[in-house]
Design a protein. Structure first.
Length: 161
């Protein structure tokens, strides 16, 4: 995946490539399909997913300016509604039993991450969480995971040079 995104560019472009690796990780974990050349009907490209998760991360964890808060909240609300509806759909799908569960577990088999995401959702359901609560547990988890993992790798790489 990292090598598919590599290209000859200035050093600062490497940060963007690394951040896309974390977007792909979170997307596969929570079965959030990314638009590619093969799958052009999916709702988000890697960059759009990263921007949405970064905006959500900034609003949830870094928003300290009371004056700018309204603008950030309005923008975050608009872009996160689309992502939240996709996450909620996946949570509903993972919550079903019987043959639908087998179907949900067989969709997008690409390693073990999607199984882990389904298992995570089902454990939250067993703990009594509603579908909406689980959706809003996943949203900041995905945002924080993408931002923090990208930042840590960037720090490590910058210390190596």
């Amino acid at each position: 995946m990292l090598f598919e995104s590599q290209y000859s560019a200035p050093r600062s472009a490497n940060v963007s490539i690394i951040n896309m690796v974390h977007v792909n990780f979170v997307s596969r974990l929570f079965r959030l399909p990314l638009k590619t050349e093969e799958h052009d009907k999916y709702p988000f490209t890697e960059k759009q997913m990263y921007d949405t998760l970064a905006l959500l991360f900034g609003y949830v964890f870094l928003d300290r300016d009371e004056v700018m808060s309204f603008k950030i909240r309005a923008l975050t609300s608009t872009v996160c509604k689309a992502l939240a509806s996709l996450v909620e759909f996946n949570v509903k799908e993972a919550s079903l039993g019987g043959w639908v569960r087998k179907l949900a577990d067989g969709i997008q088999k690409d390693g073990f991450l999607d199984d882990y995401g389904n298992y995570f959702i089902r454990r939250l359901l067993e703990a009594g969480k509603s579908i909406e609560e689980i959706t809003w547990i996943i949203m900041p988890t995905a945002a924080a995971g993408t931002a923090n993992q990208g930042q840590q790798v960037t720090i490590v790489l910058s210390n190596l040079t």
